[in-house]
Design a protein around this ligand. Sequence first.
Ligand SMILES: Nc1ncnc2c1ncn2[C@@H]1O[C@H](COP(=O)(O)OP(=O)(O)OP(=O)(O)O)[C@@H](O)[C@H]1O
Ligand SMILES: [Mg+2]
Length: 264
Amino acid sequence: MRRRVRARWFKREREEAERVKDRDLFKTVEEVFDSLTIDHVYRLYRKGVIWELKGVISSGKEARVYWAKSRDGEDLAVKIYLSATAEFRKSIKKYIVGDPRFEDIPSGNFRRLIYEWARKEYRNLKRMWEAGVRVPRPIAYQANIIVMEFLGENGYRAPLLAEVGDELGPDYLSSLFEDLVAQMELVVCKAGLIHADLSEYNIMVWKDKPWIIDVSQAVTHDHPYALEFLERDVVNVYRYFSERIDLGVSREELLGKLRSCLRV
Ligand SMILES: Nc1ncnc2c1ncn2[C@@H]1O[C@H](COP(=O)(O)OP(=O)(O)OP(=O)(O)O)[C@@H](O)[C@H]1O
Ligand SMILES: [Mg+2]
């Protein structure tokens, strides 16, 4: 990222963190954890994965992402699924149809549903990482908790594409797009997956490159909606960049290239 844009981003983040005092962050950490989650965090601590849980990076409806430290002082991102609202259960249905891991979960067993969902995210992350996709390095999985590489510095996360895209020049955006297309090819053609929620909100810009995050809903090629999900990902990415720069490739060409890798 341009040095100026980057400096401005981290300054904003610092100011925000100062506004939300440490005490509040700690309170949040304490309040939202049920005893089982505390137990699982503790297990990760005993395994030597997490040394210190620092503060909240993001609190979505279902999951929170925390900044943590490993025993060696490495920054970690810890994503913890905390609840399964009715809306969430409804929204994930489409991604788990025909998936045997989910079929035998009794309908009221929300905890198992969350564990399975978190495990699916970890496995997807691992599969992408092993295929060479630029995703946060997967580090550990435990029940409703995923531990991965932290993207950012000094506890401040890197920006999402949606947050900085408009401050980046056309050349920079062009190179992000080109790189992103290569990442999408790796996801589809090498990892054999479709992200299924790809957009400027699930792409972080870090070290001048696009990083793909939030892979819980990714599906394999044999999923009944695989093609529909792939098309949606392409539409999202294409829309974002084509509104800002000249791409020199049509949406159909891009989709065609990726679709040719679908194995079913
Ligand atoms: N490895 C990471 N390093 C730094 N920040 C991260 C990392 N993973 C996620 N984040 C931050 O946490 C936010 C939420 O993560 P993610 O998108 O995986 O969860 P989510 O459940 O989809 O939340 P949301 O509904 O807000 O998208 C991201 O938008 C990003 O700002
Ligand atoms: Mg997300």
